[in-house]
Design a protein around this ligand. Structure first.
Ligand SMILES: *Cc1c(COP(=O)(O)O)cnc(C)c1O
Length: 362
């Protein structure tokens, strides 16, 4: 029942806007007058054409893309992009720059090196347990691209500004902060994002790629791993994940029509994260783990005085209808993921609970 729904702070798959879930429920048995479920219609039908074309049009409008960029729907998650990016964008003799800001960057670097590619890790924040975003990075002018992870889901850090790479196209894993704020698209040659954090269910990965990057793919790359295959076939070379794309379409509609676009979304995200960080900054009980200038607006990571209290906190929070607050198993502690769909009221409820918990245990 709707009344039994909790405030969901899961890191991914994560909360979706309630109006989107309700629209899916309403139209589930008979989609757009087709007499079939959206999970039963052909991807070659007019009905699905309308879904995917509207989703693409919304991505272009929301990010103000010019016609050099193509919007693609891929599978294999963001993790597949760790291998596709170097496979498609690096030719013989090329090298690429990577900035290592945590678990996902580390995996991206590994997948490029597995292919024997020449990768320069031009900066890393591993020296302080990935608690910050490096500055003044010595990017190489001749690099094929510069890869960054715009938001570090596990470590709770985020690039507040994107770096100056001296014209080298940035490739960014934006899985956990896509559509959370406006972007200066000119800096980016390729953006990719698994849907299940900020824009939909698991099963689809969005890629936004510029025409010069699309043209780079060397011969010998298999069809399913080439960006151009998806670009040429409107992401329907094979059967796409129709239901996931449909849900993304509805989330984008919500973002445009209910929220009012990226400026409004960013303001709301700042307000939500501000509630949590401001409260923790004046508390001796909770400690935010990311360095101040590098704090994520999406994943707020924090510690309590000891691990036993953290366990109790997570358990009691759930009893109070606040779920998903356990930190990633690799780092421990606590984490509140407050992506676009998380309402301000959920964050306010969490802060209230934190206050009560501190009063009882502090
Ligand atoms: C979750 C996540 C991934 C992995 O996504 P999959 O879709 O599971 O492959 C990669 N990068 C970032 C930043 C993530 O948050």
């Amino acid at each position: 029942m709707k009344a039994d729904r909790i405030h969901n702070f899961n890191a991914g798959p994560a909360a979706l806007p309630l109006p989107v879930l309700e629209e899916i429920q309403e139209s589930f048995l008979n989609f757009a007058g087709s007499g079939m479920s959206v999970t039963e219609i052909s991807h070659r039908s007019k009905w699905f054409d309308d879904v995917i074309n509207d989703a693409i049009a919304r991505v272009k409008r929301i990010l103000k893309l010019n016609d050099r960029y193509q919007v693609l729907f891929l599978q294999g998650g963001a993790s597949m992009q760790f291998c596709m990016v170097p496979m498609n964008l690096m030719g013989d003799g090329d090298s690429a720059d990577y900035v290592n800001t945590g678990t996902w960057s580390t995996k991206a670097i590994k997948e490029a090196r597995i292919q024997g590619k020449s990768i320069n890790v031009v900066a890393s924040s591993e020296d302080r347990n990935f608690s910050y975003i490096p500055r003044a990075i010595p990017f190489n002018a001749g690099a094929a691209y510069a890869h960054i992870t715009s938001n570090n889901t596990i470590k709770g850090t985020q690039w507040a500004q994107f770096p100056d790479t001296g014209g080298v196209p940035i490739v960014s894993d934006m899985s956990s902060d896509i559509f959370s704020r406006p972007l200066e698209m000119e800096k980016f040659g390729l953006i990719y994002a698994g849907a299940q954090k900020n824009m939909g269910p698991a099963g689809v990965c969005l890629a936004i790629i510029r025409d010069d990057m699309l043209a780079r793919t060397p011969e010998g790359v298999p069809s399913m791993l080439r960006y151009s295959t998806y670009a040429e076939k409107n992401s329907m070379y094979n059967t796409p994940p129709c239901f996931a794309i449909y849900t993304v379409q509805l989330v984008l509609k919500w973002l445009e029509e209910t929220i009012g676009g990226l400026d409004k979304m960013e303001a709301l995200n700042r307000k939500k994260a501000g509630l949590l960080y401001d409260y923790m900054d004046q508390s001796d009980f909770y400690r935010a783990t990311a360095e101040r200038e590098s704090r994520s607006l999406m994943n707020v990571t924090f510690r309590l005085p000891d691990e036993d209290l953290e366990k109790t906190f997570v358990a009691e929070a759930l009893e109070n209808g606040l779920g998903g607050l356990k930190g990633h198993r690799s780092v421990g502690g606590c984490r509140a993921s407050i992506y676009n769909p998380t309402p301000l009221a959920a964050v306010a409820a969490l802060v209230d609970f934190m206050k009560t918990f501190e009063r009882k245990n502090g």
